[in-house]
Design a protein around this ligand. Structure first.
Ligand code: HEC
Length: 136
C-alpha cells in the first residue's frame, strides 16, 4: 500500500515536472483567448481587399516584420524578442482569429493596432495578406 502511494506520488511529480518543462520550452508563446481563436474571418478569400492588405501591412508592419515578412525589418534589431518569420509553415497552424490576435492585440514588444487600424475590414485584409506571405 505504502509503495503504491510512493509510486503514485512519484508519477504525479514527474507529470508536474514535465508539464512545467514543456511550458517553459514553449518560451514566449502567446496564450490566445478563445474569443479570438474562434473569431470568424468575414472577408476570407476576398480578393478585392488585396491592395488594402498590402498597403496596411507596408504601413504598419514592415518596420519590424520586413517587406516579405521574414522578420528582418529595420526595427527588428532593436527588439528583445525577434518578430518571427511570417513565411514559414508554422503560420498555417494558426486560425485567422489567432493571426488577428497576434497582429493587432499588443503584448510585450508587439504593438497594439486595435485603435491604430480602426477598420475591421482593413484588419481582416491584413490577416488575408499575412496568409499570402507563407512560402513553405
Ligand atoms: C514594433 C515591432 C512590430 C510591429 C510594427 C509589428 N509587429 Fe508583429 N510581432 C512583433 C514581435 C516582437 C513579435 C513576436 C512577439 C512574441 O513572440 O511575443 C510579433 C509577432 C507577430 C505575429 C506572430 C508570429 C509568430 O511567429 O507567431 C504575427 C502574426 C504578427 N506579429 C503580425 C503583425 C502584423 C500583421 C503587424 C502590422 C499590423 C505587426 N505584426 C506589426 C513586432 C512587431
Amino acid at each position: 500500500m505504502k509503495r503504491n502511494l510512493l509510486n503514485y506520488t512519484l508519477t504525479l511529480m514527474l507529470i508536474v515536472f514535465t508539464s512545467v518543462l514543456v511550458y517553459a520550452q514553449s518560451g514566449n508563446k502567446t496564450t490566445i483567448p478563445s474569443e479570438y481563436k474562434e473569431k470568424v474571418n468575414p472577408h476570407k478569400g476576398d480578393e478585392s481587399l488585396k491592395m488594402t492588405g498590402l498597403r496596411t501591412f507596408n504601413r504598419h508592419c514592415v518596420s519590424c516584420h520586413g517587406k516579405a515578412g521574414l522578420g528582418d525589418g529595420v526595427m527588428s534589431k532593436n527588439l528583445k524578442i525577434p518578430p518571427g518569420n511570417l513565411t514559414t509553415a508554422h503560420m498555417t497552424k494558426y486560425s485567422d482569429g489567432e493571426i488577428y490576435y497576434m497582429s493587432f492585440v499588443g503584448e510585450g514588444e508587439r504593438p497594439d493596432f486595435i485603435k491604430l487600424i480602426p477598420s475591421e475590414e482593413d484588419k481582416w485584409a491584413v490577416v488575408n495578406y499575412v496568409r499570402t506571405l507563407q512560402k513553405e
